[in-house]
Design a protein around this ligand. Structure first.
Ligand SMILES: N[C@@H](CCC(=O)N[C@@H](CS)C(=O)NCC(=O)O)C(=O)O
Length: 200
């Protein structure tokens, strides 16, 4: 199978970290492509009309997207344990959604800085996106630390990739300030071989 991917995409990194943690990296060929929301048609990504990364071209079926679908598919292929049974499944999927939401807001901010001329940057909108990130980080710090320290699951992988993306694109915002437990968790999580091997 082929993963259409970019090293700087936190969503794509999530899939790569998942494949690595599952021990199936050699079965996932990476195809590096650059996307640009202003001209999605210029970077055709087979099977994904949205033109977005990550997209997984499968050997035995149609392409699949987006990152929650791909991660779950990879876990099925590997018969992995990244999706717990019972009630914990819902907390895991909610954590994944929270982390994906951080990535969404952080990506929108990065696109505003990168794609719009500086004189058109809209500060209230940028701050609105950052407020989403900040509230999500506060929620991780106050409600999710016990889950984050539990058995490895896709929610933790998504959280690690979201925090790595904040360091990559929004380091000046200092997300660690006032969130010592989350910062401490990330320091350890970021040293996992799967995170080190996928560092953008
Ligand atoms: N919800 C999607 C988000 C994917 C996404 O936004 N990918 C970005 C790269 S980080 C992209 O391909 N953007 C190009 C575009 O919007 O045209 C997922 O979880 O995979």
């Amino acid at each position: 199978m082929r993963l259409y991917y970019s090293p700087a995409s936190p969503f794509a990194r999530k899939c790569v970290v998942t494949a690595t943690e599952l021990g199936i990296t050699e079965r996932v060929e990476r195809v590096t492509v650059a996307t640009n929301p202003l001209s999605t048609g210029e970077t055709p990504i087979p099977g994904n009309p949205l033109g977005k990364l990550p997209t997984l071209e499968r050997d035995d079926g149609p392409a699949i997207y987006d990152s929650p679908v791909i991660c779950r598919y990879l876990n099925n292929v590997a018969e992995g344990t990244l999706y717990p049974a019972g009630e914990r499944l819902w907390t895991t999927l909610t954590l994944e959604a929270l982390a994906d939401g951080i990535m969404d807001a952080a990506l929108l901010m990065a696109l505003e800085y990168r794609l719009r001329p500086e004189e058109l940057h809209y500060a209230p909108w940028l701050e609105g996106q950052w407020q989403k990130v900040a509230r999500a980080l506060d929620t991780l710090e106050t409600l999710w630390m016990s889950h984050l320290h539990g058995p490895l699951d896709v929610g933790q992988i998504a959280t690690g990739c979201a925090l790595g993306y904040l360091d990559l694109r929004h380091g000046a915002r200092d997300w660690r300030a006032g969130r010592p437990q989350l910062a401490h968790w990330f320091t350890a999580f970021d040293q996992r071989p799967a995170m080190e091997a996928s560092r953008p």
